[in-house]
Design a protein around this ligand. Structure first.
Ligand SMILES: Nc1nc2c(c(=O)[nH]1)N[C@H]1C(S)=C(S)[C@@H](COP(=O)(O)OP(=O)(O)OC[C@H]3O[C@@H](n4cnc5c(=O)[nH]c(N)nc54)[C@H](O)[C@@H]3O)O[C@H]1N2
Ligand SMILES: Nc1nc2c(c(=O)[nH]1)N[C@H]1C(S)=C(S)[C@@H](COP(=O)(O)OP(=O)(O)OC[C@H]3O[C@@H](n4cnc5c(=O)[nH]c(N)nc54)[C@H](O)[C@@H]3O)O[C@H]1N2
Ligand SMILES: [Mo]
Length: 759
């Protein structure tokens, strides 16, 4: 980067430390400050406590007294707010008025307290009774062709509610069950499945106690999975080396002060986490990985020539993998010049990083949205697996591929049937268990569903949580088309934008939060979820519900299903609602290998492992072996470089959970006060004739002739690679074309958006 005398914003402190406690404190002070909150937090992520609603990081068998982090605490406190968004609130504001409000102000109204239905005559939501809401929704759904409806899920709802939701969709007659995963780790579900036969990570939490190196791509633990910082710190202290690839120098991967360690807190002495931090260009990971593989194979060849043992694991490659020869030829053909250009990393640095990989006996590859949200994201995952396969780093202790999942039960929802891919669901089994003829056609992904809304073929959209309209690409066109639908239904805890962009008939159905007591006819209920490591945990809420008029997610799903579907002796919605243990027995019957004795194992400390074939070196791939794959090019970007074109990465701040904005402090990046900022490196700033504080717009540069614009962005110098811009999700979503998505899985390419700066 040019030295032009401009300073980039950078937070000098570590991740964690006093700052993270202050971050909790501000929210705590504003929301509430009763001992009950602390009591709720102390129960978080403990056996027989409730499982955090924030991220999907593992819950150890021997938890800390405070087994939660700044952002998990914020998420819990956020749902326990004393503020209430009541029918009186809706009485005072038309939907047209609320559409002018910021997302932050909508959610700040607090918890929804009563079912609400849209009244076109007044342009307001009005309160209704549950029976009325269910009956009307059932009536609307019965009028529609099932395949013209979509049942979306956002990744939080329990295994029990999710299983019934997917049954509801299939009894009704469709597989249109996209999940937030379709905007997130679907690249993993498809890309990793193709090469390892596993749609999820192959590691378990304990592997982090045994690895010698961690290769870390495009995931930001300081903000998005802060409890991961503890195993990372422990690993580094044991001598494990972390090599990070990320365009942004994320504090959480640089240095960590453990807020649960009094000595570190007093002295401020933390741990330097990454021993190498390589600022890869957006979409440059395929090239970077190619460089690493090239050096590994080059050193291997040299060692053999010198009469020494080689570097790669030939026995593993011969026994367990397929197509190594083609891959080796692709590596030999790749040119260092192009590798350096596309990755933005020098050959010397890539060789040093590869030397760490060579020296390590056991390596774990970690990744997040930086790999998955690109047009060739599944190829990036394939390249990462290639690197791991070279040394047999899959399916043994201390080694493996570890995607860090997002929502706290997003992986589990897929496990129990929320999937638009019928081949992933045991339909024959369900047909026998529930005496019906399941739909067999492929359902709609998120992107397909959006296309269906645009072309009018999707007529109804039901959301089990989430804020779909805010989370998807192509906002302007999508919001305009959304209102043409016949029906929209949102099961939610707080008001959000998706409730305001609604169909002809529209309902907001308020539900219990996970930390709240779920009382049903048989007594208080527990629910369950699955973490990033395929471990299943029970969760029990103890707090009093936010309102006496709200229902559990499971009860709402069952209520809608009962009102929509004909009576059937095997569809026992009332019995299932009365006792969730019966639903767990159904899950155990459907997925007997993974979920046998589900009720008995529900509160196993550290969760019970549902198993993973690739973890045991059984490869459920086309060839029956782990697949080496050769990328079609070195860049993961869908739209290449051009003069004046920038590649925008859309990021999360430390003060948000997806579309929920807690505040305006991105503490770990030293960015305070506004989310309407454009991050740019000082060299690019000067080349564009910009000064810090200038107000600019971004326009789409995707070559499709569509005008897409985000205006009012403050130019902010930041340490980024050349040609790369940073901005916040979801503010930047109007700039992402719907067609710009991973080629294999249709995950939107939110980390490689082609844009131009307009002054
Ligand atoms: N507090 C909090 N926790 C969360 C969430 C939240 O919003 N707030 N969201 C949850 C959800 S649903 C998810 S999916 C996860 C998301 O967690 P992450 O996977 O960490 O997702 P992001 O923050 O979007 O981006 C990840 C990182 O990718 C980097 N990056 C961008 N482009 C590239 C690239 O081309 N290559 C590489 N190597 N890196 C790149 C960015 O700089 C950023 O550091 O977090 C979950 N946890
Ligand atoms: N540009 C860009 N776009 C992105 C991303 C990106 O990195 N960049 N990331 C993508 C990713 S990884 C994801 S996962 C999606 C997220 O997409 P979603 O999962 O659809 O969105 P969230 O913001 O997590 O949903 C927030 C809403 O969920 C509701 N909610 C919260 N808790 C509960 C609960 O317990 N039950 C119920 N029923 N409702 C609840 C609240 O009403 C809240 O308003 O966004 C995607 N979009
Ligand atoms: Mo996600």
């Amino acid at each position: 980067m040019d030295d032009v005398g401009l300073e980039t914003k950078h937070y000098e402190g570590p991740a964690g430390g006093w700052g993270s406690l202050g971050g909790i404190g501000r929210v705590l002070a504003r929301e509430l400050s009763t001992p009950a909150v602390l009591e709720t937090l102390v129960r978080q992520n403990k056996t027989e406590g409730h499982m955090c609603t924030s991220c999907a990081w593992g819950k150890p068998a021997h938890p800390h007294i405070f087994e939660f982090c700044e952002n998990g605490a914020k998420a819990t406190i956020w749902e326990l707010t004393r503020d209430r968004c009541t029918p009186e609130f809706f009485e005072q504001h038309t939907v047209a008025e609320l559409l002018t409000w910021q997302d932050y102000d909508l959610e700040m109204q607090g918890r929804l307290t009563q079912p609400m239905r849209y009244d076109a005559a007044t342009d307001k939501y009005v309160a209704c009774e549950w029976d009325q809401a269910f009956a009307e929704i059932g009536h609307e759904l019965r009028k529609l062709e099932p395949k013209s409806t979509v049942f979306y899920a956002s990744g939080k709802a329990s295994l029990e509610a999710s299983y019934l939701y997917s049954l509801f969709a299939r009894f009704y007659g469709h597989n249109n069950l996209p999940d937030s995963s379709n905007m997130c780790h679907e690249t993993t579900s498809v890309g990793l499945k193709k090469v390892l036969g596993s749609a999820v990570g192959t590691c378990v939490l304990e592997d982090f106690d045994h690895c010698d190196a961690i290769f870390y791509f495009g995931q930001n633990p300081g903000t998005n999975s802060p409890r991961f910082l503890h195993p990372l710190q422990d690993a580094v202290r044991r001598g494990c080396k972390i090599v990070t690839f990320n365009p942004v120098r994320e504090k959480g991967l640089e240095r960590f002060v453990n807020p649960q360690n009094p000595i570190e807190m007093l002295t401020g002495h933390g741990t330097d986490l990454s021993c190498m931090y390589l600022q890869v260009r957006p979409g440059g990971d395929i090239a970077a990985l190619m460089g690493l593989c090239k050096h590994v194979l080059c050193v291997d060849a040299q060692r053999l020539l010198d009469g020494e043992p080689g570097v790669i694991d030939r026995a593993f490659i011969a026994q367990h993998t397929h197509d190594f020869g083609t891959f080796a030829a692709a590596v030999a053909a790749a040119e260092w010049d192009e590798i350096e250009h596309v990755s933005g990393i020098s050959r010397t640095e890539l060789e040093s990083a590869a030397d760490i990989y060579i020296a390590a006996e056991r390596t774990i590859a970690v990744y997040g949205m930086g790999l998955t949200q690109h047009v060739h994201g599944s190829q990036s995952i394939g390249m990462l697996v290639n690197l791991m396969l070279l040394k047999g780093n899959v399916g043994r202790q201390g080694a493996g591929v570890s995607p860090v999942r997002g929502h706290s039960n997003v992986q589990g929802q897929r496990t129990v049937g929320i999937s638009e891919k019928p081949e992933l669901v045991p339909l024959d089994k369900l047909a026998t268990m529930f005496d019906f003829d399941p739909p067999r056609e492929k359902g709609l992904t998120t992107v397909d569903a959006c296309q269906g809304v645009l072309d009018g073929s999707v007529r109804a959209f039901v959301s089990l949580g989430g804020n779909f309209v805010r989370a998807i690409p192509e906002r302007e066109a999508m919001e305009a088309a959304w209102t043409n639908m016949a029906l929209t239904v949102s099961i939610a805890i707080k008001l959000n934008r998706s409730h305001l962009v609604h169909g002809n008939a529209a309902y907001i159905l308020p539900c219990l939060a996970r930390s709240e007591q779920d009382m049903q006819a048989s007594g208080p209920q527990s629910v369950s979820m699955e973490d990033s490591f395929s471990h299943i945990y029970g969760s029990v809420g103890k707090r009093g519900p936010a309102s006496t008029h709200i229902l559990s997610e499971l009860a709402i799903v069952a209520g809608m299903a009962k009102a929509t579907l004909p009576a059937h002796p095997k569809w026992r919605w009332d019995a299932w609602t009365a006792d969730y243990a019966i639903v767990r027995d159904l899950i155990a019957e459907t997925y007997s290998e993974e979920f046998h004795d589900f009720n008995a194992r529900l509160f196993t400390p550290g969760g019970f492992y549902r198993g993973n074939k690739a973890h045991d070196r059984v490869w459920k791939t086309a060839s029956g072996k782990a697949e080496f794959t050769s990328p079609t090019g070195l860049s993961a970007l869908g739209v290449g470089d051009a003069p004046g074109r920038f590649h925008l990465i859309t990021m999360r701040s430390n003060d948000q959970f997806n579309t929920t904005i807690y505040g305006f402090s991105d503490r770990l990046r030293g960015l305070e006060g506004s989310r309407m900022i454009l991050l740019i490196n000082p060299g690019d700033m000067v080349r564009q004739g910009l000064k810090e504080g200038d107000i600019v717009s971004l326009t789409s540069d995707a070559g499709d002739g569509v005008d897409r614009l985000v205006a009012g962005l403050t130019v902010t110098p930041f340490d980024l690679p050349d040609g790369c811009l940073g901005g916040y999700y979801p503010e930047m979503n109007p700039l992402i074309p719907l067609w710009l998505h991973d080629e294999a899985s249709k995950t939107p390419a939110s980390k490689g958006v082609p844009v131009r700066i307009k002054v």
